[in-house]
Design a binder for this molecule. Structure first.
Ligand code: LMR
Length: 339
């Protein structure tokens, strides 16, 4: 009898041990659903795949990152809600998409002409100010982990956009940012907020006349097929914050945290390294396709645009917060009084 009871106990102990053995754990990986709205063949698409690969390697298969590209799982607005509800664990929305969440400070990145180049931008995104901005997401149940680049935007439309006057009456698709809305209104255009996944069709059917994008987005969504003109204005920046559901993140084992942080660190270096190359290559492909006339504005034309749009900085001060705008100016040396 005693022997039977003891063998039963031993059998239970063995079963429990088997359940927590590396083999059993390997059979049930921690799944991270990473949703995004752009094509795989873009800086964000490639960086998220890179992250998934390194996460699997560094955690030795304990974590499986499933990347859902091209709005296949959720569109812009829905993906933010899905993250907060825990239906997906990770996203990298454009910085313009945090305003509707109530974190208006992020719209500082949308201010026209606020960054002259990558070096200025990185002082903010890769420095203490960037960390301070990411921390603002905590109250929304979100942990901000990193900033990934896409790049500087060009305007596109079916007519040449060279002077501020050329924008008058043009219906321009924008991301969901009040700053971008003000930027378009500053030159007399009619801004239309629209999910990224709907832009191609809206351009094709004439629901909107034009838009603004880094070249990788314009090319991979085939917008160049339905836009006759493009101006290399580099008037604004589009980049991403990599974010996770805070509750999910806090619940991960400590060693996994460290491994994922390392994977993300590597993915961030990779993203910011390839972003410019990807955008340059996309521009060459747009040119080669021959459907869009690509125009390089003269310094005087670019300055005229800058002067027309600069008032948006002041206009948006109460929304974004003067403190945040000034902190960026301090890092980058931008002076609105010296244009
Ligand atoms: C857009 O909506 O234009 C962009 O935010 C898409 C993206 O994620 O790059």
């Amino acid at each position: 009898m005693l022997t039977t009871r003891r063998s039963l106990v031993l059998a239970c102990v063995a079963a429990l041990a088997a359940l927590s053995s590396p083999l059993a754990l390997a059979q049930a990986p921690i799944v991270i659903k990473f949703s995004h709205v752009v094509a795989n063949d873009t800086p964000k698409g490639k960086a998220s795949e890179f992250f998934a690969k390194r996460a699997a390697e560094l955690t030795k298969g304990r974590v499986k990152v499933e990347v859902y590209a091209n709005s296949t799982l959720y569109k812009d607005k829905e993906e933010m809600e899905a993250l907060q509800l825990g239906a997906v664990q990770m996203l990298a929305p454009s910085l313009a998409k945090f305003g509707p969440l109530g974190v208006k400070e992020f719209e500082v990145f949308d201010l026209p002409f606020i960054f002259d180049n990558d070096a200025e931008l990185h002082k903010v995104t890769q420095g203490p100010l960037g960390q301070k901005l990411l921390a603002k997401l905590e109250s929304k149940g979100i942990r901000g982990l990193a900033f990934w680049d896409n790049g500087f935007k060009s305007f596109s439309a079916n007519k040449p956009l060279k002077t501020p006057d050329d924008f008058k009456g043009q219906k321009m698709r924008i991301q969901s940012s009040k700053v971008l809305e003000a930027q378009m209104r500053a030159v007399g255009a009619l801004p239309q907020v629209m999910a990224f996944s709907e832009v191609y069709q809206a351009l094709q059917t004439g629901v909107v006349d034009g838009t603004e994008n880094p070249h990788s987005n314009l090319y991979t969504q085939k917008m160049y097929e339905v836009q006759k003109h493009m101006t290399l204005s580099e008037h604004g920046y589009l980049g991403y914050a990599v974010i996770v559901n805070k509750k999910f993140w806090d619940g991960l084992p400590t060693d996994v945290h460290g491994q994922l942080e390392q994977a993300l660190k590597e993915a961030t270096v990779y993203a910011n390294k390839i972003a410019k190359e990807e955008n340059d290559a996309a521009l060459e492909k747009v040119k080669a396709a021959g459907k869009t006339q690509v125009y390089q504005p003269t310094p005087a034309e670019r300055l005229a645009l800058k002067k027309a749009m600069a008032k948006v900085h002041k206009e948006m001060e109460s929304r974004i917060g003067k403190e945040t705008i000034d902190a960026v100016y301090k890092e980058t040396g931008f002076d609105p009084n010296k244009l």
